[in-house]
Write a protein of this length. Structure first.
Length: 177
């Protein structure tokens, strides 16, 4: 006997399958970041939880109500039409390996958490697992400088969605002290 699955059951199953798929995609999309040349860097201080202002400066982020933020939605936020892969490419192209971190031989993976707001802005950026302040600050900087995203949607309405993203710092042989 064949059981007919109604539309709400299909949506529930899709959402249950989406979460493990997103975790797998994040792990697969983690790319080692290399910086071939270090020149003219300025170290800036970014708060641990930061929001970028329109003028490019940073301010301490204000927490958003937990109920206003989703982890999984029907239509996940999209970065420049390429999703997580395009975001990984953006990180790779814009990350600057701090010169002092190279001198100190510091490598590893920094986990950054941020919210893509209902307006498509990156907000409430924070380090959930860091390595060293030098690398943590650079991971915050490059994440905060992210261009707008296409916001996620739930029930046809744009909503805020939280992401946790790993950024790997690994020196090339030519950079190793």
């Amino acid at each position: 006997m064949t059981k007919i699955i109604n539309n709400s059951e299909c949506k529930r199953v899709r959402l249950l399958l989406l979460f493990p798929s997103l975790i797998l995609l994040t792990v697969m999309c983690t790319k080692t970041v290399y910086e071939d040349s270090i020149s003219g860097q300025q170290e800036i201080q970014i708060p641990t939880r930061a929001t970028r202002l329109p003028d490019g400066s940073f301010r301490e982020a204000h927490s958003t109500e937990e109920s206003d933020i989703y982890f999984v939605v029907e239509d996940m936020p999209d970065f420049q039409g390429g999703g997580q892969i395009a975001f990984r490419d953006y990180i790779t192209e814009n990350l600057n390996y701090p010169e002092n971190a190279i001198k100190k031989n510091i490598e590893g993976r920094v986990f950054v958490q941020f919210v893509v707001t209902a307006e498509g802005n990156v907000d409430d950026v924070k380090i959930v697992r860091g390595i060293d302040p030098l690398l943590d600050q650079e991971a915050l900087r490059v994440t905060m400088a992210s261009p707008k995203w296409t916001p996620g949607r739930q029930n046809g309405k744009p909503v805020s969605v939280v992401f946790t993203y790993p950024i790997t710092f690994k020196m090339t042989e030519s950079e190793t002290p």
